[in-house]
Design a protein around this ligand. Sequence first.
Ligand SMILES: O=C(CO)[C@@H](O)[C@H](O)COP(=O)(O)O
Length: 215
Amino acid sequence: MIKIAPSLLASDFTRLAEEVKTIDNADMLHLDIMDGHFVPNLTFGPGIISALRDKTDLVFDTHLMISNPEDYIEEYAEAGSDYITFHIEATNHSHRLIQRIKESGCKAGVSLNPGTSLKEIELILPDLDMVLIMSVNPGFGGQKYIPQITEKIARLNSMIEELNNDVAIAVDGGIKLHNVSEVIEAGADIIIAGSAIFGSENPYEMIKKFRAAGE
Ligand SMILES: O=C(CO)[C@@H](O)[C@H](O)COP(=O)(O)O
């Protein structure tokens, strides 16, 4: 079953609580944390996550696009995250970070920029709950899907099958109705989409269409 995770980045920040209600048929809420350092944009922090926590039952999927993620794990767990994902490019201590995320009561994910090889995560793959493949360069919504990423998803899918493990593949960036099937066929389990969902006339119906593409 494909999971749909609308990215809050594309919502109207003046009406967050109402925006979240428009997507209550999704599975997860994707929360992009940007620090203006690891990526050239700034978004929001744990205060917004805790403010939204009692507004929805969606699983909170926190994506740390920040330098020094080791300084913030517990804070984002306490704010109400269910998953915490950090970037492999942002730390020299990925295994320790995974352990800390799990100790904080969350599921652990790691994300890879488009130019980062899957080799970087080979040794930590058995310990992960999710791998988040960036299909655009992180920092901004509304960019175009990078076509080579489809092959990367398929290779990751084979690596996970070989391990015989339950690691979810999430794909993030530039996913629309016209290419969602390609991403799902390559092996994605979680579709993260911002502008295609929050930018549509009817986010609820758009989620239904995304879901149908995976059936
Ligand atoms: O993390 C990011 C971008 O850095 C994504 O989560 C975007 O928010 C996805 O937006 P669309 O490409 O779907 O508009």
